[in-house]
Design a protein around this ligand. Sequence first.
Ligand SMILES: [Cu+2]
Length: 470
Amino acid sequence: MLSRRSLLAAGSALGATAVSQHAMAALPEPVTQASSDTMPPLLPATGRPYNPVVTLNGWTLPWRMNNGVKEFHLVAEPVVREMAPGFKAHLWGYNGQSPGPTIEVVEGDRVRLFVTNKLPEHTTIHWHGQRLPNGMDGVGGLNQPTIQPGKTFVYEFVARRPGTFMYHPHADEMVQMAMGMMGFWVTHPRQKHPLIDTVDRDFCFLLNAYDIEPGAYTPKIMTMLDFNLWSWNSRVFPGIDTLNVRKNDKVRIRIGNLTMTNHPIHLHGHEFQVTGTDGGPTPKSARWHEVTTDVAVGQMRQIEFLADEEGDWAFHCHKSHHTMNAMGHGVPTMIGVDHREVARKITGLVPDYMVMGERGMADMAEMQMPLPDNTAPMMTGEGPFGSVEMGGMFTMLKVRREQKPGDYSDPGWFRHPPGSVAREWTGALAEPARFKAEGGGAMPARHMPAGDVEVQVRKPKGHGGGHAGH
Ligand SMILES: [Cu+2]
């Protein structure tokens, strides 16, 4: 749990009076977090006021004020992250979590960041998007010597530009980001900014991805593209909290991408505008309405909209493979193939063989497939009408009339007004218009010849694969 009481007490004591050299030299006590719930916004106790962000399944790092400087203490260390209920990953992160805590400051703040390395190898931190002295930019070997295990470095600069940023290592970067080392950074404007609107709710999260074999705990760090866990803040649906807002709230969502591919982020039921990037606020003349915005690798996007439609609105990456969990990709398309005869023969060889995919993959969501321990549920997440058949980068925006200002708790499922839900039609139907050229429009079922079949059997453990054929 968050244990910042002593830190804040120390902060106010130090901030109120002149600080001795000895006190200035002392490190702020590191604050850690173990819960993977979304923490309530951290209201600033010192410094200029601002409207804090809410980090999805994350938290904001408290600071201490030292002679007008905001001091933070980040600890790079191995962490255990619950990515979804029943599935834990052994990652690297900061202050007990991956991603690390969100850093929130105000434009013009002088910021001092102590970084302690408790990893088994060297690291650095790059402050992505910031204007700062070159020697504070954090590229190991280029701008600074790397931080060796057990050592603490200090970074110090003025947060010059308001906006949406992130931080991550720039030393053994491929490994350390594949292991989950990253965090969010928000610099709030110091006064009313012509391009930055005041909002009622301000959410943020990072897009990240892992390659963890079903049943394993540690990501494979050499994977370049074929990740199997597409996550938001190192959580996968149904482990991602919902974004809960009050009807007619002005909502901002800030998203950063530290995966190896782009993610078209799609919101249902509302149109939004991209109001800023890691380059700063977007000029109003360059904004247009979208329902999907692509967040490319290494980019930040902040979107804004008026939440004026009540309901439980899907909010997800539009790459359909990114709303799945831990799937094998070596699965042939079986739609329309009647393989009852083949299955009967295989069952003689492999008793627990399961027929997959002849009617699409939706059966998978309902099938109780034997999975190894510590495996992310593949396509689960129960909705009020059944399985949502989603995993990975998926959650919901919940818009409610009765949600109180400042209340981020889950209001439960939407209660639809009578007659406003799609339902089965049982009345008379006219013949539908349809394409009538060759094939007639319907996909014919092909019966596979019984004598000449090669089938690859992949059992859930991933090692039971082999060829059964004749
Ligand atoms: Cu995606």
